[in-house]
Design a protein around this ligand. Structure first.
Ligand SMILES: [Zn+2]
Ligand SMILES: [Zn+2]
Length: 214
């Protein structure tokens, strides 16, 4: 089972190319920009990308979606519909962050809690994890014990919650109640920075570590 992280945009966002070894079918998670670099990685890997999946509506995760979808003639799935206002606001986001103009995006399909997305012999469970944005979703491959968590959780930190629609307590609850129960041995790829495991964050992440008594 393959996973290749492709850092994109000035924010070094971790775009992921994820594929099934048996079928060479693949998905691209969060193509924030630098579409030529993503296309080169796809060509080098020799996989067939079936769809784009978005974790949430922030520009550094979404910005290359329309171009990549057009180039490969594939649909865009996600995030959860509560992030529609972020996708509608892409023109303003691109202005704010000094990105190339990015038009509003209408995904081909929204994602809901509990849905399962198939990619060859791999399966990605959709987990709705609000707090960074209200419509943020996490993708979980139960068999590979791997999760793509966008800006919900980072190695040693958690996502910002000071944007409109963000809420810190909701974010912490998403991590503790929905992600950590998936298992200490689950490794995750965050939207920015290095990989980690849920177990490591339970032990050492100052925002969400298990409370210690005595
Ligand atoms: Zn974000
Ligand atoms: Zn981000």
């Amino acid at each position: 089972m393959g996973n290749r992280v492709i850092p994109v945009t000035p924010f070094d966002q971790n775009c992921s190319l994820v594929w099934c070894d048996a079928t060479k079918k693949a998905v691209v998670i969060d193509p924030g920009g630098d579409v030529a670099i993503i296309m080169a990685a796809i060509a080098q890997t020799g996989v067939t990308v079936e769809k784009i999946i978005l974790t949430h509506g922030h520009l550094d995760h979404v910005g290359g979606s329309a171009a990549l979808a057009a180039e490969l003639n594939i649909p865009v799935w996600g995030p959860h519909p509560a992030d529609q206002y972020w996708l509608d606001g892409l023109p303003r986001q691109s202005q704010m962050f000094g990105f190339p103009f990015t038009p509003a995006l209408q995904p081909n399909q929204w994602l809901q809690e509990g849905e399962v997305i198939a990619c060859g012999e791999r399966q990605f469970e959709v987990i709705h994890c609000p707090g960074h944005t209200p419509g943020h979703v996490v993708l979980f491959d139960r068999e590979a014990k791997q999760a793509w968590v966008g800006d919900v959780l980072f190695a040693g930190s958690v996502g910002r919650s000071d944007f409109p629609g963000g809420d810190h307590d909701t974010l912490v609850a998403s991590i503790r109640d929905k992600l950590f129960p998936l298992g200490d041995d689950v490794s995750f790829i965050p939207g920015h920075g290095p990989d980690s495991t849920f177990g490591e964050e339970r032990r050492s992440n100052p925002f969400v570590a298990d409370r210690r008594f005595g």
